[in-house]
Design a protein. Structure first.
Length: 685
């Protein structure tokens, strides 16, 4: 006999059983599985989409990335009481049963969005038993997720035919754009396809897709979502008959941005415009260099350490093109010399004007020689660095200590890979590239050089730039030494056909260093241009030699072209840094600005630290140079303290008697003077 007490016990037992079943057999929400990811540039422009490991396109159905009008239309068609029921719309389910019984066939299933989500998580045959399980699962899902979370899960899993899942993947594939802005015909098609995704696939059965789309548009008109004019416009619109390719730009940079944090949609630090420029430059230069040659490059915004562009290879169709060559350790050649000198400056071992011997010298069993196998005798440190003389650099590293130098680089985030010795200890050859570094690590070092000597890791995601800007970092060299090195490198010999930035209106002032590894295997150029560090590598992916190919002849022109394009695309970043910092700007006066009579004379030619080709110096065939400048009154000219000659017109000229370094001095009528140091090269042209 049923008593109130027994009824209560039975209800309690049933409730306990339901709760236990819910706990023991929870809905398999984890089966939503891995998602695809879209990497955009720093302004949200799409760069590259990544499929799941099993080759599916399944983007997270974030509501803020989907057109609200689509959401409204979807709910009206699929589940108009979605926000009021608890998983099952019993009124809608009963109506579906009655309609199907009258028609003698299944007219509608009466499934809610939550029930459809349960079915997508656990696909089953369509029968009464499956429907009961879906009802139970829908209740479980509603207990665990909010309505918006359920809707996002549904929009992530909805099938659209083939390997397409979710509305965002379908929008990219069929329309070629994100689902945040959809036209009426696109909305109707995206609602129609999941009901029979394979039968209605527009790329295979466009007529079936069109009929289904138009039927949905008519239904939305009955519900008051579409007007008559909207329906007419939908029916006049064509249906996409092919699947589009997903974005596939910035292949290596986007991969690094994705792997540097959780697998999700990523707003990277890359700049789409500059990235396109670098990709085009790299491919053009690689093709000009010949078969199997690759070019890689990286541009870093120094204040935030955000990577603005990265080209891991010129083309994946060329040998080694699938490799990210900015992440492969190579001999950096002479690109480490600036840091050897900077540490020597810190130690008080030298200053830019210190004289140092460029003469044959043996260090135990190691005897370096210069690239051209010539020696210049007594030279200034600044000249030795600008002209990449080897013996002075090794002398400085000997004073700094190679082990200490390697340790400092490693602490800054650029660990040299030492090889060639049983102990793997750093030796003096490190000054000339006797260790492996990647282009990314060189970018860390040169960014430090442009940031008053402070090293910080590179940043790949836009949301990490502010934190990097505020991070203290690790000091590599002092601010004073970094500034000295920048000035020296800015005045180095320019590449052929290039005027110094200080003499060209609007051109970037580039502090640069080149490098060539042993056997001509790697050609490098690295530098600082304004607020950006740039590193370029040219070579073969397999490390094969390229006789005669140097950093100066192959990589440096690319660096300057990239510097120009960077200044064009990222010209607003200087203004951004002014807003972020209180650092005062350094006022400079170039040769093309108005000259003040109260200032010393300006020497226009030869420019400071230039390399001048004098041809042969056998007397009559020596090439004369016309000296040019401006100042107060007529200028008097001196070469190493001796008055310069004049030609028949009275213009000052200089006919070098031999190769070497010279000091050219201009003195105005008031006795004020200016001087420049230059190097003269001779030999057959």
């Amino acid at each position: 006999m049923l008593t109130p007490r027994r009824i209560v016990i039975a209800i309690a037992a049933l409730f306990a059983a339901v709760v236990l079943a819910d706990h023991v057999l929870p809905p398999p929400l984890e089966r939503a599985g891995e998602i695809s990811a879209l990497v955009t540039d720093r302004e949200g422009k799409p760069l590259r989409a990544f499929p799941t490991d099993d080759g599916r396109w399944r983007f997270r159905g974030d509501l803020d990335k989907i057109d609200p009008e689509f959401i409204e239309a979807l709910i009206r068609v699929e589940d108009k009481r979605f926000y009021s029921h608890r998983g099952t719309d019993w009124a809608g389910l009963m109506r579906a049963v009655v309609d199907s019984a009258r028609a003698g066939r299944v007219v509608s299933g009466g499934s809610t969005i939550t029930m459809q989500t349960a079915r997508m998580l656990e696909p089953r045959d369509r029968n009464v038993g499956s429907k009961i399980i879906e009802i139970a699962r829908a209740w479980q899902i509603e207990r665990r997720l909010s309505k918006d979370e359920i809707l996002e899960l549904y929009l992530t899993l909805t099938p659209y035919g083939g390997n397409l899942e979710g509305v965002r993947a379908a929008s990219w594939s069929y329309f070629g754009h994100e689902a945040d802005r959809l036209s009426d015909d696109e909305i109707a098609l995206l609602i129609a396809l999941p009901q029979s995704p394979e039968v209605r696939r527009p790329d295979r059965r466009p007529e079936q897709a069109r009929k289904a789309r138009d039927w949905v548009a008519t239904k939305l008109n009955r519900y008051g979502v579409f007007s008559d004019a909207d329906v007419e416009e939908v029916m006049l619109s064509s249906v996409p008959t092919r699947r589009r390719d997903f974005p596939m730009r910035a292949w290596h940079g986007t991969e690094k941005a994705l792997s540097s944090g959780p697998r999700e949609d990523v707003q990277s630090t890359l700049d789409a415009g500059l990235q396109s420029e670098l990709e085009a430059i790299a491919l053009r230069k690689a093709e000009a260099e010949g078969t199997d040659v690759q070019v890689s490059a990286i541009v870093v915004h120094i204040p935030t350490r955000g990577v603005r562009a990265l080209v891991g290879s010129a083309s994946r169709d060329r040998a080694g093109g699938w490799l990210d060559l900015t992440a492969r350790a190579r001999s950096p050649g002479s690109t480490l010399k600036p840091f050897v000198y900077a540490m020597a400056f810190d130690d008080g071992q030298a200053v830019p004007d210190t004289r140092i011997a460029d003469l044959p010298k043996r260090f135990a069993s190691y005897q370096p020689e210069n690239f051209d196998r010539l020696f210049r005798g007594d030279v200034r440190v600044s000249d030795a660095l600008q002209h990449s003389l080897n013996v002075p650099a090794v002398l400085m590293l000997d004073r700094v200590g190679p082990e200490r130098f390697a340790a400092q680089l490693a602490l800054a985030g650029a660990r040299p890979r030492i090889s060639g010795s049983a102990s793997h200890e750093a030796g003096l050859a490190l000054a000339l590239g006797g260790a492996g570094l990647t282009a990314r690590e060189l970018a860390v070092l040169y960014s430090a050089l442009g940031d008053e000597g402070v090293a910080k890791p590179l940043v790949w995601r836009a949301d990490g730039e502010t934190a990097s800007f505020e991070r203290t970092g690790r000091r590599l060299v002092s601010a004073e030494s970094a500034s000295d090195i920048i000035r020296i490198l800015q005045n180095g010999p320019m590449p052929e056909g290039r005027m110094p930035g200080r003499l060209t209106e609007g051109a970037p002032q580039v502090a640069f260093k080149t490098g060539t590894s042993y056997g001509f295997r790697d050609s490098w150029a690295a530098g600082v241009s304004g607020e950006h560090a740039i590193v370029v590598w040219v070579g073969r992916a397999d490390g094969a030699p390229r006789p005669g190919k140097t950093g100066r002849t192959t990589a440096l022109p690319i660096l300057f072209e990239i510097a120009d394009r960077t200044a064009h695309h990222l010209r607003d970043e200087g203004e951004a840094r002014t807003r972020l910092t209180t650092q005062s700007k350094i006022e400079t006066r170039g040769a093309l600005h108005d000259f003040s009579p109260a200032a010393p004379p300006e020497i226009l030619f030869p420019p400071a630290n230039a390399e001048l080709w004098a041809g042969s110096v056998d007397g009559s065939s020596a090439r004369p140079f016309v000296l040019a400048g401006r100042g107060e009154g007529k200028l008097s000219w001196y070469i190493d303290g001796s008055p310069a000659e004049t030609d028949d017109a009275g213009a000052p000229i200089w006919r070098p008697s031999q190769a070497g370094f010279y000091t050219v001095t201009a003195v105005d009528g008031s006795g004020r003077s200016s001087l420049v140091r230059v190097r003269v090269l001779t030999g057959p042209s």
